[in-house]
Design a protein around this ligand. Structure first.
Ligand SMILES: NC(=O)c1ccc[n+]([C@@H]2O[C@H](COP(=O)([O-])OP(=O)(O)OC[C@H]3O[C@@H](n4cnc5c(N)ncnc54)[C@H](OP(=O)(O)O)[C@@H]3O)[C@@H](O)[C@H]2O)c1
Length: 284
């Protein structure tokens, strides 16, 4: 298997995309340590497979707390001796109808600190989105790199970004889009800083089929209508993201560094060119 003997840390593995990433890394032979704020008896991706359970752990870590990251990474190194792969997956947000007045329900769903005051609520909502989607991945990368830079071989960091970080901007997701755009940029900078010891790459996801995406984003939309502009006409699957992580962290991708791969079924092109191509077609 491609990743036999490698130790991988994946953030946000209690549900969603992180489960698919952890599962595919396990399938490729890696030892996988996952984390989330909630305490769980084991890594959900390993459920039902004793060999995978043997090769995995799920520990509590709040990536918003630098001391929690320090304690978690220290425990990984003390237990497994090294870190070959870090996938910064934990993050996300929910759309807000306006950037300046975030509804209490939206704040609650995102999980950001609450406030009865409208301005304070909006300010905390945006600060939280930037913390979770840019600053915490940087904190995790810095702490993991302290270990990775001392090891033999080349380590791999993969940041999970979003199409919302596209340079055209991202209405309803203004702070999240800015944070993910920053994450793409951070990926390039850290790749330069840490090469050749660490390769740093990024995956910018389009709609990916998780419980949260299905309830809060897809909701009651008709999937055929929702995915009309996506050339592949569907959402991605967490395991598809996981298989790209396996590829990026395996020897097969040794020369891929500092790049952001769009994993969205061609959605950006579909959305951007829908209007333009229609106009051109009308002219012909
Ligand atoms: N799903 C999509 O359509 C989509 C699209 C584009 C990009 N993405 C990106 O993909 C990544 C995963 O998204 P998802 O849809 O799988 O989200 P999700 O279903 O909300 O899962 C988020 C995971 O992160 C954990 N987490 C949240 N806050 C944390 C914290 N402070 N410290 C540690 N762990 C924390 C959660 O566990 P606890 O709550 O137990 O802590 C959970 O395991 C995110 O970076 C998101 O921006 C997703």
């Amino acid at each position: 298997m491609d990743l036999a003997g490698k130790v991988a840390v994946v953030t946000g593995t209690s549900r969603g995309v992180g489960v698919g990433i952890a599962r595919e890394l396990l399938r490729a032979g890696a030892t996988v340590v996952g984390c989330s704020r909630s305490e769980l008896p084991g890594l959900p991706a390993a459920d039902g497979d004793p060999a995978w359970q043997e090769r995995s752990a799920q520990w509590v870590c709040d990536q918003g707390d630098v001391a929690s990251i320090e304690a978690f990474v220290t425990r990984v190194v003390e237990t497994y001796g090294r870190i070959d792969i870090l996938v910064n997956n934990a993050g996300g947000t929910v759309p807000s109808p306006t950037p300046e007045d975030v509804p209490e329900l939206v704040q609650k769903i995102q999980g950001s600190p609450r406030s009865d005051d409208a301005f304070t609520r909006s300010a905390l909502f945006h600060a939280y989105a930037v913390q979770m989607n840019l600053i915490s991945p940087l904190w995790f990368s810095l702490r993991a790199a302290r270990q990775m830079l001392t090891q033999d071989g080349t380590a791999s960091i993969i940041n999970i970004s979003s199409g919302a970080g596209h340079p055209v901007g991202s209405p309803t997701l203004v702070s999240y889009g800015a944070a993910k755009s920053g994450l793409n940029h951070l990926t390039r900078s850290l790749a330069i800083e840490w090469g050749p010891k660490i390769r740093v790459n990024c995956l910018a996801l389009g709609p990916t089929s998780t419980d949260n995406f299905n309830s809060f984003v897809l909701g009651d939309h008709d999937p055929t209508d929702y995915f009309r502009d996506v050339p592949l006409k569907r959402a991605g699957e967490p395991e598809e993201v996981g298989r790209t992580c396996v590829y990026l962290s395996s020897g097969k991708a040794d020369f891929i560094n500092g790049t952001t791969i769009e994993m969205d079924g061609g959605m950006l092109q579909g959305v951007l060119y829908d209007a333009g191509l229609k106009t051109i077609t009308d002219l012909l």
